[in-house]
Design a protein around this ligand. Structure first.
Ligand SMILES: [Zn+2]
Length: 412
């Protein structure tokens, strides 16, 4: 607060009913992906006065980002997005904000970061990252507000673990005009239109190769086309040629600053509302009462899915019911298991720890940060961190086990 002014710079928003600035200031939001929407979300949340932001993006700034990613300038080309965003936000929007920036892939971030966050803002543009974030939020029971844009369309999905659908749930098709955009959500279900087969093929490619395909590699394009045609044949759709596949799933999607701004605005607002709902107990007693009555009357609610079409100007919201057979959040999901905590000596090599775990639980496979690791010799050494979650399993039984690694503290 500027000392000679009688009010805080948040005065205008503090005049709102159902608003608690101190609650926002005590919150920590983890934003994954600092591109077109993520950068806007980071700007919005810092201006709203969120206390701490953790920014994650391994990408570097490109010339083609500059027409819509307002935190970056020409001089930043080639530098890391999260690190530049941190510098610019602190300088331009909120100098008192606590802010951390990570340029690592999300799969190698320490669990501490996820555990510290009150909520995650998912602003990524690829399946592997989205899949990983979805699993983490279900496991840690952490709310996620995820966004995606594609040309004239934007969507925001709210995942409230164990209450509504996750990103991997198979839910009924949205309206015609937005069905392509929502295709990534149908990865685990039956393809309902031909294009879904291409998305499923891309998903399959990620699972088999554990990397993004290269649109300039004829081998990658052919592999995805073959996979898509396998799905198309199974579900009686016409076959794809390689050109169609490139156009559908391998080109960078078109992107508009206006759609990013609307989508990230909706996403930021739903983040603040989710913080209010989850921390309602911190509101003053009188406000709590008013808040609860608004929720009961459905005058304050967080839609499961919001879709914006810049072509029609429509913003529609939908309820998404969770799928009991969903592999990530369904009834038999491994993420509902409370992990067994195992104390390990941090000096031991990762390979040794995994060998001990496999022997102790009589299992052959180790699942770790989105990968299944066999054999242990293939591991990079010493990448295990305190708090990491590991899955042990065998092909001959379906009883996977979750393990939480706890590093033994040095004595004295
Ligand atoms: Zn699910």
């Amino acid at each position: 607060m500027n000392s000679h002014l009688p009010y805080s710079k948040f005065d205008r928003q503090e005049r709102l009913s159902i608003w608690d600035q101190s609650l926002i200031e005590k919150s920590c939001v983890l934003i994954i992906g600092i591109g077109g929407t993520g950068g806007e979300v980071a700007k919005n949340l810092s201006l709203l006065g969120v206390g701490k932001l953790i920014l994650v993006d391994m990408d570097t700034i490109e010339f083609s980002n500059l027409n819509r990613q307002l935190l970056f300038s020409k001089a930043d080309i080639g530098k890391n997005k999260a690190k530049i965003a941190k510098k610019v936000i602190k300088k331009r929007y909120n100098s008192t904000l606590k802010i951390e920036a990570y340029s690592d892939p999300i799969q190698s971030l320490p669990y501490r970061i996820f555990e510290e966050a009150d909520i995650i803002a998912g602003c990524v543009d690829n399946f592997l990252a989205r899949q990983f974030i979805n699993e983490i939020v279900i496991e840690l029971c952490l709310p996620l507000i995820d966004s995606a844009t594609d040309g004239y369309f934007g969507q925001v999905q709210s995942v409230n673990p164990r209450k509504n659908a996750c990103l991997a749930c198979d839910f009924p098709p949205p309206p015609e005009e937005t069905r392509l955009l929502s295709a990534p959500c149908t990865l685990v279900g039956t393809p309902r239109i031909k294009e879904h087969c291409a998305w499923k093929a891309l998903y399959e490619f990620h699972t088999m190769n554990d990397r993004e395909p290269d649109e300039n590699s004829p081998d990658d394009v052919q592999e995805i086309t073959n996979l898509a045609n396998k799905f198309a044949t199974d579900h009686q759709f016409p076959l794809f040629d390689t050109k169609e596949i490139i156009q559908l799933v391998l080109y960078h999607v078109p992107s508009l600053i206006t759609v990013n701004a609307v989508t990230s605005g909706i996403q930021s607002q739903e983040i603040i509302k989710t913080l209010f709902i989850n921390k309602m107990k911190l509101f003053k007693k009188k406000d709590q009462k008013e808040f609860k009555s608004l929720i009961r009357a459905q005058r304050f609610r967080i839609p499961d899915l919001t879709i914006y079409s810049a072509l029609t100007g429509n913003i529609s919201s939908f309820n998404l019911i969770n799928d009991p057979d969903c592999l990530v959040c369904g009834n038999s999901s491994i993420y509902h298991q409370t992990p067994v905590t195992i104390n390990v000596n941090p000096k031991l090599k990762c390979k040794t720890i995994f060998t001990i775990l496999k022997r102790r639980f009589k299992k052959n496979y180790i699942g770790f940060r989105g990968n299944f690791i066999i054999p242990a010799e293939a591991l990079i050494e010493n990448i295990l961190q305190d708090g990491d979650r590991i899955t042990v399993s065998s092909l001959d039984d379906d009883k996977e086990k979750r393990i939480r690694i706890k590093f033994k503290k040095k004595k004295g």
